[in-house]
Design a binder for this molecule. Structure first.
Ligand code: ZN
Length: 305
């Protein structure tokens, strides 16, 4: 995949992505809030996503929104508002279950339901998928077969780092093709910069909120300047909502989920001034294929397949 590199690294167009879910969908609350209680909880996803839309609109930036099927089912007008703003709608699955905790059949049902819901809501095809908590790991590589069989064309679920809950550290760090029996899928790994032979995450979420802004700025600049590639940034609507209800959880989860919520919005505005962003598909020189991808450079994860 060749980026739209120019003589000035800053001119590279990075991918802006938003995972549309409510504050109680976050995986760290799996053991705290039973799914049966989700419908009773105050929903803040529309308000928060509309705020993200307004911030992007002010900056003149379109993005890719990986929308949770559970949210699309309850708030179809929100999904239509996102699409009407010129943003790309992609899938975050239906029920926010970690891929490696599901059977292959359950995963197929989850992604099929989400894709159909999103496509029926907007009338537009859904090509992209991002797993909850980047849960495509060495334990769940079969997910690629299911994504291909269900008509997805790209995946953005691999984090090429060591982490307690996710990550494939041996993955390539930039877009590559994954070839399986069912076809070829484009993989867009979460962004990292490589320092002292380690992949360090720079692409958003907790890394954007918990660490100083200078880290994200350095990291994206590094990816653009040294790798000459686009970075993929991700954010959740609940991350700009300091007033969200607090759910009981461990101290570590409390830090990961609630710290610096009040800083995220001003940081996002600053990020949008510091770098160029577009939806995923516009950061690729080669368009996402709508038919089976032609033969091209493929990358095999060593020792995994
Ligand atoms: Zn999520």
């Amino acid at each position: 995949m060749t980026p739209r590199a120019t003589a000035d690294g800053r001119a590279i167009v990075n991918a802006m992505t938003v995972d549309v879910e409510d504050y109680f969908h976050v995986s760290v609350f799996d053991g705290v809030v039973p799914r049966t209680r989700w419908p009773e909880l105050e929903s803040r996803v529309c308000r928060n996503t509309d705020r993200v839309l307004a911030i992007l609109d002010e900056a003149g930036v379109a993005a890719t929104f990986f929308v949770l099927g559970w949210v699309a089912e309850r708030h179809p007008a929100l999904v239509r508002r996102i699409a009407a703003g010129g943003h790309e709608i992609a899938s975050h699955g239906y029920a926010h279950r970690l891929v490696y905790d599901q059977t292959r059949a359950a995963f197929r049902e989850d992604v099929t339901k989400a894709k159909a819901l999103l496509e029926d809501t907007t009338g537009l095809p859904v090509y992209g998928y991002r797993a909850p908590s980047y849960s495509i790991t060495p334990r769940s590589l079969w997910a690629f077969d299911v994504l291909l069989e269900t008509g997805h064309r790209y995946d953005a679920s691999i984090f090429p780092i060591h982490h307690d809950r996710y990550g494939i550290p041996v993955s390539a760090r930039h877009a590559y093709r994954v070839t399986r029996d069912a076809g070829t899928l484009l993989e867009l790994p979460a962004s990292t910069c490589r320092v002292a032979r380690m992949n360090l995450p720079v692409g958003g979420g907790g890394y954007f909120r918990l660490l100083p802004y200078a880290w994200t700025r350095f990291g994206i600049d590094w990816v653009n300047r040294v790798d000459r590639r686009p970075a993929i940034f991700y954010i959740h609507p609940w991350e700009i909502d300091p007033d969200q209800p607090r759910l009981a959880c461990s101290r570590l989860s409390r830090i990961r989920h609630y710290r610096n919520l009040q800083l995220t919005e001003p940081r996002l505005r600053r990020l949008l001034r510091d770098f160029r962003f577009a939806p995923v598909r516009e950061t690729l020189e080669e368009p996402i294929q709508t038919e089976a991808s032609p033969p091209g450079p493929a990358y095999a994860l060593p020792y995994l397949w």
